[in-house]
Design a protein. Structure first.
Length: 104
């Protein structure tokens, strides 16, 4: 089962040239131990678009079972999806921080 990773170190957003446009995210973070797998972004679902135009995500991965190294370990994910017309930026949450960026 996926759990939120420890922290985010960087978030980069780009827009693909396809029609309709594609939102492309590159997110780097740190897991609390070694062995985390299947990193992904869990999209926040809204009943109405946020007034600030920020689409939210949570960086999650599968927590390891068994023996692990007790060391902060880099983890990254690339994510792509259709760009909704109201999105001006994104924020990505982790257990200890949130990083925001604008969409070009």
């Amino acid at each position: 089962m996926s759990e939120t990773i420890y922290s985010i170190t960087s978030v980069k957003a780009d827009v693909g040239k396809s029609l309709p446009p594609t939102l492309i995210l590159y997110v780097e973070g740190v897991a609390s131990t070694s062995g985390w797998t299947n990193p992904s972004l869990s999209k926040h679902i809204y009943t109405h678009p946020p007034e600030d135009g920020m689409q939210g995500y949570t960086f999650v991965a599968d927590k390891p079972s068994g023996h692990v190294l007790q060391v902060l370990t880099p983890i990254e994910v690339d994510h792509a999806e259709p760009l909704e017309d109201w999105v001006k930026g994104v924020h990505v949450d982790a257990a200890t921080n949130t990083v925001k960026t604008t969409v070009p």
